[in-house]
Design a binder for this molecule. Structure first.
Ligand SMILES: Cc1ncc(COP(=O)(O)O)c(C=O)c1O
Length: 371
């Protein structure tokens, strides 16, 4: 192991501590620490501008906006989704007393395969919840066409898609609602945090009520809300991080360029290239190991890296549909999800963050390239 240092899969973007102290002093002076304070309002406005979206509502993490989106749209019955995601996607459906219906993924992107959606629609289906996995945009046009044909709502779990654009437009404006995670592991973080993007002021108002117990004013509760408000400390932290997120994304892009240069042509190792017309955020760098061609299984490589201080992550393995909580669902049957299984069984997300240096990258790639 080099310098006994472990190279982690990610490293959080942190604001400058002195600048943060100044904002903390403002919060202390005002004694307004949560409930739609001035930093909360300022961060919402700054994010709308940065993300090119009309309305946004901040949340305390990326799971509660998923729960709240289903609640706000009054989704019932069955929700079509992908098994190739973080478990929170499916949990949000279950918490709303709806039934998740898993549909296989497109191996070219890792996202739900639009060609497979229609076969999963039943009279009980009311929504589709796709995920822009690794920040790679779903085929939003095709998904919307299907949703319109069957009168379904579309809620995108865009936890990975901060700042992602297709032909200059934010991917976050697709569908009815999109949700983001600002968890420490994400490209843009507020330590814990998240948001929901919506199209109109009416929906923004409804979501703002729902994230504050459903309160509409002091004496009225208009829905079964939850408590998911972002506080002032994390809003201020977010404002500072937003100022440096582009620099971090560019650093990540350089890491991706380096990985692709060294790993292209290594037999049995595959990865995604950038998609034309897409502004990527380089949130993850997954590689896919074909054991036969590579001469080593995914897990053998994963543990070899780990023994040498390189901590990749097997995102997303196991599939959500393989967890005991969900594997009893008929749509969770492995033969319904062959591509998702294949991807889950071959993936390793390599370390990807703005602080990786030449030495780190040489070590990581030297462990993968086989002589
Ligand atoms: C795809 C996806 N959805 C939802 C979440 C939940 O976000 P959070 O951890 O902020 O609650 C995560 C993240 O961690 C995620 O990766």
């Amino acid at each position: 192991m080099v310098d006994n240092k472990q190279i982690t899969v990610t490293s959080p973007l942190l604001p400058n501590l002195e600048e943060f102290s100044v904002l903390l002093r403002d919060i202390w002076d005002s004694r307004w620490i949560t409930n739609n304070g001035s930093f909360h309002i300022e961060l919402e406005a700054a994010l709308c501008k940065y993300l090119k979206v009309p309305y946004i509502s901040l949340f305390t993490n990326g799971t509660l906006p998923l729960l709240t989106a289903l609640q706000a749209l009054r989704i019932t019955g069955e929700v079509i989704t992908t098994p190739y995601s973080f478990v929170a996607t499916t949990h949000s459906i279950w918490w709303n007393n709806c039934k998740p219906v898993f549909v296989d993924i497109d191996p070219a992107t890792g996202n739900i395969n639009p060609d497979k959606i229609e076969a999963a629609i039943t009279p009980r289906t009311s929504a589709i919840m796709p995920v822009h996995v690794y920040g790679k945009p779903c085929d939003t046009k095709r998904i919307q066409e299907i949703a319109d044909k069957y009168g379904l709502k579309v809620i995108y779990d865009a936890a990975h898609a901060f700042g992602v654009e297709v032909n200059g437009e934010s991917v976050l404006t697709a569908g009815d609602l999109s949700t983001l995670s600002f968890h420490a592991t994400k490209v843009f973080n507020t330590i814990e945090g998240g948001a929901m993007v919506m199209h109109d002021a009416e929906m923004k108002k409804r979501i703002d009520y729902l994230k504050n117990f459903g309160f509409a004013g002091e004496t009225e509760v208009v829905g079964p809300g939850i408590n998911s408000k972002m506080d002032e400390v994390r809003s201020a932290y977010g404002l500072l991080n937003l100022k440096q997120v582009d620099v971090a994304i560019e650093a990540r892009r350089q890491v991706a360029i380096r990985y692709r240069k060294v790993l292209r042509g290594v037999p049995g190792i595959a990865f995604f290239d950038d998609m034309p017309g897409v502004r990527h955020n380089y949130s993850y760098f997954p590689i896919f190991v074909d054991a036969e061609k590579y001469g080593m299984t995914r897990d053998e490589l994963y543990f070899k890296m780990k023994e040498n201080g390189v901590l990749g992550r097997r995102y997303f393995y196991p599939l959500i549909s393989s967890f005991s909580t969900y594997r009893g669902l008929s749509s969770a049957a492995p033969d319904n999800l062959p591509q998702a299984h294949k991807m889950a069984n071959s993936v390793i997300c390599l370390p990807m963050h703005h602080l990786l240096d030449e030495k780190d990258l040489s070590l990581i790639t030297s462990l993968i390239v086989r002589n």
